[in-house]
Design a binder for this molecule. Structure first.
Ligand SMILES: Nc1ncnc2c1ncn2[C@@H]1O[C@H](COP(=O)(O)OP(=O)(O)OP(=O)(O)O)[C@@H](O)[C@H]1O
Length: 327
């Protein structure tokens, strides 16, 4: 599949400021959802702003849909919609007029049928004549998305879409993104919340100090670094945990009916087959067995906790980012 976004050796040195991006390369395929994680000041907004043509890079190239963002910026920008971090709406304007206005700014001809479709998909159609100041926070964010989609872009950037919003609103945003995914929109979002990246993204990138530390499919990332927790439910409760099991790191639940065992999916032998054989040898009858994959947050924390395991790219520079991103 061809990359819809191709970033090659991008760097940005702000005048009298820091090197906000340092030799960043990445490709994003059409229809993908990519989450960019990193602490404050990592360079996420700078990266998005360059791709969107709002900030001029110091070096490197960016192609959007095959168009160079510097030499062919008009064609590149048409493909992009940006939902900014801050809510910026004209308070006295109606929802429909705000969206129409943005479409006009992109030089797209009026198309109320399309805008109706966008507003309906964002559950805003019955608010089309309301002034934006009358809307709830969640609705205002959805209006920002409608504005970003008003000129039918293929790519949508969401800069911290759920910063400072409550849990219900966050889930609502996730549903909106899921709908956009079904519509085939390519989405790049920045977030501080690992949970959010885990919920939505196909691939996850981690940025810190202007460097892209990793960019991997979410499932691969979790499979590669993930730990699993095995729960063995016993037919009969145990009086106490047998010493041989305690030595192997097993735990016994308070109700003494379940054994817990953490294992690493990276190791060649997880020891589970042997463990189950040993339980049989001890005369323990197993009622059920289940496993749980660790969350991305746990994956990152395990990266943070194992300083000697990783190569230089994921070395100490990564750890503060991951730590802060999980805070
Ligand atoms: N216009 C600017 N002039 C000078 N320095 C800037 C400018 N914009 C950003 N920076 C600096 O560049 C670095 C990267 O900032 P950027 O906003 O890209 O980070 P971020 O990862 O998006 O952070 P946040 O999560 O806080 O939005 C920071 O040190 C920031 O202070």
């Amino acid at each position: 599949m061809n990359a819809i976004i191709d970033v090659d050796r991008l760097s940005k040195q702000y005048v009298n400021g820091p090197k906000a991006l340092d030799d960043v390369s990445l490709q994003i395929d059409e229809g993908e959802i990519v989450a960019l994680l990193g602490p404050n000041g990592a360079g996420k907004t700078t990266l998005i702003s360059i791709i969107c043509g709002l900030v001029v890079p110091s070096g490197g190239t960016v192609r959007v849909g095959g168009h160079d963002i510097r030499t062919d910026w008009r064609a590149a920008r048409k493909l992009i919609g940006l939902v900014p971090q801050e809510i910026t709406l004209e308070p006295f304007e109606t929802v429909l007029n705000s969206v129409r206005f943005t479409r006009g700014l992109y030089g797209a001809p009026p198309d109320d049928a399309y805008l109706e479709q966008v507003l309906r998909s964002l559950a805003l159609w019955d608010k089309k004549d309301a002034a934006t100041r009358e809307l709830s926070g969640g609705m205002k964010r959805r209006v920002l998305i409608a504005k970003a989609l008003s000129h039918q872009p293929k790519i949508l950037f969401l800069d911290e879409p759920t910063a400072g919003v409550d849990v219900a609103l966050r889930r609502e945003m996730w549903q909106v993104v899921e709908q956009l995914r079904r519509d085939g929109v390519t989405i790049i979002l920045t977030t501080h919340y690992l949970e959010e990246a885990e919920e939505m993204a196909d691939r996850i990138g981690v940025i810190n100090h202007g460097k892209l530390l990793l960019m991997q499919p979410k499932d691969e990332l979790m499979g590669e670094f993930g730990k699993k927790h095995l729960t063995v439910e016993l037919q009969e409760p145990l009086d106490a945990l047998p010493a041989s099991l305690a030595e192997r790191g097993l735990t016994l639940s308070d109700d003494r009916r379940r054994l817990g065992y953490d294992y690493d999916t990276r190791s060649e032998r997880t020891g589970i087959a042997r463990l189950l054989a040993d339980l049989a040898g001890l005369g323990l009858q197993v009622r059920d067995v289940s496993t749980k994959q660790s969350s991305l947050e746990e994956v990152f924390m395990s990266l943070v906790a194992e300083p000697d395991d990783e190569g230089p790219d994921r070395d100490d520079a990564a750890r503060p980012a991951l730590k802060e991103a999980t805070a």
